[in-house]
Every structure is written in C-alpha cells, then in structure tokens.
Design a protein around this ligand. Structure first.
Ligand code: GDP
Ligand code: MG
Length: 292
C-alpha cells in the first residue's frame, strides 16, 4: 500500500521554506532570497519514491497583511493549511522556541492536518544552542535546508503522518505548475537579486508569449513596477540593468527548459498594482477571500 498526501510548509518570512522545498525535490522550483516576502503564491513540488508521494506546498510567509498583495499572500498560506494532510511549521532556529502554529498564523481553529515543528538553519547554531533547543522542544525536527542536514529525518516524520492513498500525480511529475509560471518567477527572482529597497516588492512579471515550438524558444515577458521612478531604476543607465537582468534570467530559463532561449524583456508601469484587486487577478495571485 502506498502513502500520499499534501504537505504544506508554512512559517514566518525568511524561515527558509522555499529553500526547503527546493532541497526536498532536488531542484530549484521556488525562488529564494535573503529579502523577505519573495514567495507570493503557493508553489507546488512533488516528491515521489517507491512507496510515498508528497505533494509539497511552499507558501508565502505568515505575516500581518498591510495591502491587497499581502492579503493575497496570507490567503495563499491559509488555503494551503486548509488543504494539507501534514503541515511543516518551519521556523528559524535562531529565534528560539517557536509559538504554536494557531497563534503564529492567528488561526481561528486548529488545522486538520498533523503539525510538525521544524527548526531550520541549525548550521548557524552552536552544538550547545542546538542541545538547549531540543530539550525545550523535544518533538521538533532540527534541520538545515541549506546543507541538507536533518532533511531525511524530516521526511521520515512527514511520511509517518501521511495517509494511505494511491499516488495523486504521475510518479515522474515534479510540479503542477506550468513552465510559464516558473519562467516568470525566475525573472522576478533575478530582478529581486539585482535591486534593493522598495523596488523588489513592487515587481510583478507577466509572460506574454512563450513559444516552445521555436528554436531558440521565444519568451516575451513584461516586468511591471508601480511607478515611473522605479521603471528608471529597473532600466538603469543606458538600459544596463535590465539587460543584465535579462541575461541572467535567460540563463536560468534555459536551465529550466533545457534548451536555448531568446528572452524579449520589457518594463512597464502599472500604478500601485499591489493595492489593486484587478491587477492581482491579472497576475494570477490568490485573491483575498472577501474579494474572490
Ligand atoms: P522563505 O521566505 O521562508 O521562503 O525563505 P527562503 O527559502 O527564501 O530563505 C531565506 C534566506 O535564508 C535565504 O537567504 C536562504 O539562503 C537562507 N536559508 C534558508 N535555509 C537556510 C539554512 O538552513 N541555513 C542557512 N544558513 N541559511 C538558510
Ligand atoms: Mg519563500
């Protein structure tokens, strides 16, 4: 009998959720960054072995939403919690004993899935601090998503909680999301890496055309920002910055699709899109539940 189910990875911004998803599926699926709030919607990765299939949901960090995009991000995390058979509540081990998930996520009731407490980034902790933490939270799994330490133990604990079930997806699928989605995310990640302050948070990426029947594969993408001043920053002196972003992003997309890519990259302004429900809908973000 096989086991299968949905595993949601939740926690505060920057806990390492996306790094963990990538580590678990052994592939770069979800964008990661030292800048918080890089993940905006759920990202699905599928991990299958001979007897077990985990459909892993990486989620935006749990935070108090200040505007529509953040409401959408919280909504995506909460929806993943509702869907999950098993919940991995990931926190940064340097923050010490984590609060209970119901409190951390301000949930109105206990989630139905089993909750596993996982303390990440132990590579940054002394052995003494690790020992102190494990005696304070004996049921927690300590791990490093970065080095891979403790990840096998985490998988064992998750597997033990999964229901018996046939596989939910073909055993060679690694995600349910499209190549277009991942290409847009890689462009957004590259822009995030190369920009600072408020601009990264104001970026959205839309793939307008994706022609896999052409050689090289033709991708036309638009990077949206919220203001003219941000557009100037993104384009840079004589277009240098957007060209650099394009070059790096193209290489990442080539790795994704396994062939050469021509990336046609544009920059446009969409005034204050993060606060605008119609724009969020257009970019495919989860809408705040009151506005669906
Ligand atoms: P998320 O917001 O929870 O998805 O966090 P990310 O996966 O984007 O990671 C946030 C930052 O923490 C990135 O700079 C990661 O490289 C770093 N990080 C994640 N896991 C670990 C870890 O186990 N050890 C260390 N040292 N850094 C980590
Ligand atoms: Mg993330």
């Amino acid at each position: 009998m096989t086991k299968a189910g949905i595993v949601a990875v939740v926690g505060k911004p920057n806990a390492g959720k996306s790094t963990l998803l990538n580590r678990l599926v052994g592939q770069k699926l979800s964008i990661t960054s030292e800048k918080p709030q890089s993940t905006r919607d759920r990202v699905v990765g599928i991990l299958t072995d001979a007897t077990t299939q985990m459909v892993i949901l990486d989620t935006p960090g749990l935070l108090d939403p200040a505007y529509a995009l953040q409401q959408a991000m919280r909504g995506a995390a909460i929806a993943a919690l509702d869907d999950a058979d098993v919940i991995v509540h990931l926190s940064d081990a340097r923050d010490g004993v984590p609060p209970r998930l119901v409190e951390a996520a301000e949930l109105s009731r206990e989630p139905k899935g089993a909750v596993i407490v996982a303390l990440n980034k132990i590579d940054l902790l002394s052995q003494q601090d690790q020992d102190a933490l494990i005696s304070a939270v004996p049921d927690a799994v300590q791990l490093s998503a970065l080095t891979g330490e403790g990840v096998t133990q985490l998988l064992d604990v998750v597997r033990a909680q999964l229901p018996e079930s046939p596989f939910l997806y073909p055993d060679d699928d690694i995600s349910t999301q499209s190549v277009r989605f991942f290409a847009a995310e890689l462009i957004r990640e590259t822009a995030l890496e190369q920009l600072s302050e408020e601009v990264p948070y104001s970026i959205a990426c839309e793939i307008e055309e994706f022609r896999e029947d052409r050689s090289p594969v033709y991708v036309r993408a638009v990077v949206y920002v919220e203001r003219e001043s941000q557009k100037r920053i993104l384009i840079g002196d004589k277009g240098r910055r957007i060209r650099e972003i394009g070059t790096v992003a193209r290489k990442k997309i080539e790795t994704l699709v396994g062939t050469q890519v021509y990336l046609d990259l544009w920059v446009k302004v969409l005034q204050n899109w993060r606060r605008d429900v119609a724009s969020l809908r257009r970019f495919g973000y989860h809408l705040p539940s009151s506005q669906r």
